[in-house]
Write a protein that binds this ligand. Structure first.
Ligand SMILES: NC(=O)c1ccc[n+]([C@@H]2O[C@H](COP(=O)([O-])OP(=O)(O)OC[C@H]3O[C@@H](n4cnc5c(N)ncnc54)[C@H](O)[C@@H]3O)[C@@H](O)[C@H]2O)c1
Length: 381
């Protein structure tokens, strides 16, 4: 066990203190749970346009710089790493400003509003030499980690098919007011692809399973919603996406289905993956956060169920039989980011790379082309 007092402090600034900005701040505040990392994030500054949003951060003693103009945060020489969680149309400008200020960057997905923006960000990352990763926390669930290592280990034989997805249902309620995620101008033409696509693509991409061609079925939700001020406002984003793709695994063409849905009845932030092979298979869903299903082919065929408990990649003070949740995997993702930045990842699962983020956008752009043409399209290699 490494005590917090021996960890190296890393000063963090957050740009965008909304839903995700607060989630990250609370993960830092509970860092005493971490037992085998050598680094500790210390929230130093937050920038948000909304002064009322900044007020929430006053409960964090180390967070002494609260500003409405993010340039003031970037000018703070004490800050090592900047995490940015703002609407998608602002990603490119703010990410480039962070890099130009000489800071390392933990970027939110989708890493730019579209493929050209993501490519420009990647070029800036390369020329800056800064350490940059993209947020994608779901693979840090113990069940997802096991699914990844089973798939990588090859014990399931020839892979027959893969399904990876992310479902929620908050858009089913027509009275839910629209926010920036319901408009193409702020969320991007990709809509739900931009919103949930990284979650579905991250593990397949890390396994080297990038789609080579795909057919997309995209669906819109309600065309208007309350605007939160007594009126209504148009909503033009794609809300559901099912991508039937083909990827190459061990020289075989394998169907890989990617599902991203904001209109999935009954689902609340449900991330899932299923990988089936000729000799075995594995299935995990955050709907059952400590449960892993493993298929074994023998004389009889078995789906075996086990309860994994708290087998996270980075050890914590939490008892091994307890169940993990969203705030835990957010903290694990930060541990991976900071330990990889320190050169101490030691073979553990790393955060999504800028190259993987660009690859997701190549998939999303192909999906938009497929939907427009009604045909199968190629995805750039
Ligand atoms: N990893 C995940 O699971 C996950 C979940 C939700 C959202 N996200 C991503 O996080 C990002 C933010 O989403 P959110 O749900 O937190 O949004 P949000 O609307 O809750 O928060 C965005 C914040 O950015 C602030 N902001 C806007 N323009 C700004 C500017 N110029 N300077 C400083 N602050 C500014 C807003 O005032 C707001 O507080 C998006 O990229 C989204 O895709 C990731």
């Amino acid at each position: 066990m490494i005590p917090n007092s021996l960890m190296k402090d890393i000063s963090i600034g957050i740009i965008g203190g909304g839903l995700m900005g607060r989630e990250m701040a609370s993960a830092f505040a509970r860092w005493c749970a971490m037992a085998d990392v050598t680094v500790r994030p210390v929230l130093t500054a937050v920038a948000d346009l909304n002064p009322a949003t900044l007020d929430w951060f006053k409960i964090i003693p180390s967070c002494t710089q609260l500003v409405t103009d993010y340039h003031a945060l970037l000018a703070n020489p004490a800050i090592d790493v900047v995490y940015v969680a703002v609407p998608h149309h602002l990603h490119e400008k703010i990410y480039l400003d962070v890099l130009a200020a000489g800071k390392d960057l933990f970027a939110e997905k989708p890493f730019g509003i579209d493929l050209p923006a993501a490519e420009r960000i990647l070029a800036a990352v390369k020329s800056s030499g800064r350490f940059v990763r993209c947020s994608s926390e779901m693979p840090f669930f113990p069940g997802a980690q096991r699914a990844f290592s089973i798939a990588r280990g090859g014990e399931i034989g020839r892979v027959l098919e893969v399904v990876s997805g992310f479902h929620h249902s908050s858009d089913l309620d027509p009275t839910k007011p629209a926010n920036w995620k319901r408009r193409n101008v702020t969320c991007g033409e990709g809509g739900v692809l931009n919103d949930l696509g990284m979650h579905a693509c991250h593990v397949p991409l890390r396994l080297g399973w990038k789609p080579q061609r795909l057919f997309a079925q995209l669906q819109k939700g309600y065309p208007t919603r309350p605007d939160g001020q007594g009126g209504t406002t148009p909503c033009d984003t794609w809300d559901n996406a099912s991508l039937s793709t083909w990827c190459s695994i061990a020289g075989q063409e394998v169907p890989l289905r990617l599902e991203m849905k904001r209109l999935a009845p009954g689902a609340t932030n449900t991330w899932f993956i299923e990988i089936l092979g000729t000799d075995g298979g594995v299935r995990f869903s955050t709907a059952e956060p400590k449960t892993l299903w493993i298929f074994e082919r023998g004389k009889e065929q078995w789906w075996k169920r086990t309860e994994l408990g708290f087998g996270t990649p980075f050890k914590t003070v939490t008892g091994g039989i307890f169940e993990p949740g969203f705030p835990d995997v957010i903290q694990q993702m930060w541990a991976a980011f900071l330990m990889e930045r320190a050169g101490q990842l030691d073979g553990r699962f790393g955060c999504a790379t800028p190259e993987e983020a660009v690859a997701t956008h190549e998939i999303f752009a192909a999906a938009l082309r497929s939907q427009a043409q009604g045909s199968v399209v190629a995805v750039p290699a």
